[in-house]
Ligand binder design. Structure first.
Ligand code: F6R
Ligand code: MG
Ligand code: MG
Length: 365
C-alpha cells in the first residue's frame, strides 16, 4: 500500500513570547484535522508542537506536494492564527508569509517534509522536530545515521545496508541540488554539508533498495521573506529498521548536542538539546535550540503512536552536556563564535551603525 507521510509545520504564535505553543491553538488544529479525517482525505494525523511551532503529521494517499493536503495545512494554520490572535499570542501568524494560498505551501513560510513509499510489513518512522534553529541542523545527524560506521554499525555488519546511501544536497543560494553516493564520495559530501547554512541535506536514499530513507524541510525563511521572520525550525522524517538504520542508530547522533545556528534572535550558535515533547519549551536566552522525536509504527497508514523517543533517560547526559555547553557559549556574550558571523545573523544594526559613524572612519596608515 502506497502511503504519503506529510509533516507540515508553522509558527502561528508563541506562548509566552517565542517559548511554547498554546494548548488552544493545538486544540484548534486537532479539530480541523479531525473533520478532514472523517471526510476520508486523511488516513490519520497527529497534531503536536515543538516549542512555538505547530506540527501537523499526516498520512494520506494524495502523493507529495498535493494541493489538497497543502491547502488543508494552510487552512489549519490560518485557523490556528485566528485563535492565536484572539489570545494575543506572540507573533500570531508569523510564518504565514502570504495572505493567499496558491496551491503549494513550499516557499510560503511553513516547513514541509514529505515522503511517499510502499508501506513495509512493519514500518517504523521517526519524525524529528526542532525549534530555534535552521534546516542545516539535520546535516550532521543525517550524516552520522547513514554514513558514519562509528554511529551506525549496520553499515559495517548488516548486508542490506553495506552498499550505503545516496545524499541529496541543496545549495540554498544557487538553487541547485546534487546527489552524492556514500561511502565512496564522503569526502566530497562533507565539503558541502559541513557548511550547513548554505548546503542543507534534503533527502537520503537507500542505494540497495532505491528507497527514500529520510527527508527534511529545507526552507530558509530569511531568504524567502527577504527580511527577518524567524529561523526555519525544521522537521525531518526518517524511516528505520531493515534496509535503514535501526531506531537506536537513528537516535544515536543526538547523544551529541552539536552546535547549531539559531537560539536568541536567530543569531547565535548553541547546543542542539534532545528533549521530550513536553520539555520543548526553550526559555533560557530563548533556547537552547531543541530537538524532539516522535516515533510511530505505520499500520495501513494509521499512525500508531507517538512514542516520545527522547523521553528516555539515556539522553540525560546529552541534556546535561547541552546545559554545560550553553553556559560556556553564553559567557562569550556578543562575541563570535557564540554570535553568528555577520552574514548569518537574523538581526543586525550594522548598516545603521556604519552610517552613523561614517565620517569617523579614517584610512589606515
Ligand atoms: C529565535 C526567536 C526569538 C526572537 C526574540 C526577539 O528564533 O524567535 O529569539 O528572535 O525573542 O523577538 P522579537 O524581535 O519578536 O521581539
Ligand atoms: Mg515564534
Ligand atoms: Mg519556533
Amino acid at each position: 500500500m502506497k502511503i504519503t507521510l506529510s509533516v507540515i509545520k508553522a509558527d502561528v504564535g508563541g506562548y509566552v513570547g517565542h517559548s511554547e505553543s498554546h494548548p488552544a491553538v493545538l486544540a484548534k488544529a486537532e479539530e480541523c484535522l479531525a473533520k478532514v479525517k472523517q471526510s476520508g482525505l486523511l488516513i490519520d494525523y497527529h497534531v503536536t508542537k515543538c516549542g512555538d511551532d505547530l506540527n501537523l503529521i499526516m498520512t494520506h494517499q494524495q502523493g507529495e506536494e498535493s494541493e489538497k493536503i497543502h491547502r488543508l495545512a494552510w487552512d489549519t494554520f490560518v485557523a490556528g492564527t485566528e485563535v492565536a490572535k484572539s489570545l494575543k499570542l506572540y507573533g500570531a501568524g508569523q510564518d504565514l508569509l502570504s495572505d493567499a494560498f496558491s496551491g503549494n505551501v513550499k516557499g510560503m513560510g511553513p516547513g514541509v517534509a514529505e515522503m511517499e513509499f510502499e508501506e513495509r510489513k512493519a514500518e517504523p518512522v521517526i519524525v524529528f522536530m526542532a525549534d530555534k534553529t535552521s534546516s542545516g541542523a539535520w546535516n550532521m545527524p543525517l550524516y552520522k545515521m547513514f554514513a558514519d560506521p562509528f554511529n551506525t554499525i549496520g553499515l559495517v555488519i548488516a548486508s542490506n545496508m553495506h552498499t550505503g546511501f545516496a545524499f541529496e544536497v541543496h545549495d540554498v543560494k544557487e538553487h541547485k541540488k546534487i546527489i552524492l553516493n556514500t561511502p565512496e564520495e564522503i569526502y566530497d559530501l562533507l565539503v558541502f554539508i559541513g557548511a550547513p547554512s548554505r548546503y542543507p541535506l534534503k533527502a537520503v536514499y537507500s542505494r540497495s533498495a532505491g528507497e527514500i530513507a529520510a527527508v527534511s524541510s529545507t526552507q530558509k525563511l530569511s531568504l524567502i521573506a527577504g527580511r527577518y521572520v524567524g529561523k526555519d525550525d525544521p522537521v525531518c522524517i526518517v524511516r528505520a529498521q531493515g534496509v535503514f538504520p535501526a531506531v537506536g542508530e537513528v537516535l544515536e547522533p543526538f547523544s551529541l548536542p552539536h552546535l547549531v545556528e539559531g537560539w536568541m534572535r536567530g543569531s547565535h550558535h548553541g547546543p542542539f538539546m534532545p528533549v521530550s515533547i513536553p520539555d520543548s519549551i526553550p526559555s533560557r536566552f530563548d533556547g537552547p535550540p531543541r530537538v524532539t522525536a516522535a516515533g510511530f509504527q505505520l499500520a495501513d497508514g494509521k499512525l500508531v503512536g507517538p512514542r516520545d523517543m527522547f523521553a528516555d533517560i539515556s539522553f540525560d547526559n546529552a541534556r546535561q552536556q547541552a546545559n554545560d555547553i550553553a553556559d560556556y557559549m553564553r559567557r562569550h556574550g556578543p562575541f563570535e563564535p557564540h554570535r553568528l558571523p555577520l552574514e548569518e545573523m537574523e538581526y543586525t544594526t550594522m548598516p545603521e551603525v556604519v552610517k552613523k559613524l561614517e565620517g569617523r572612519f579614517t584610512e589606515l596608515a
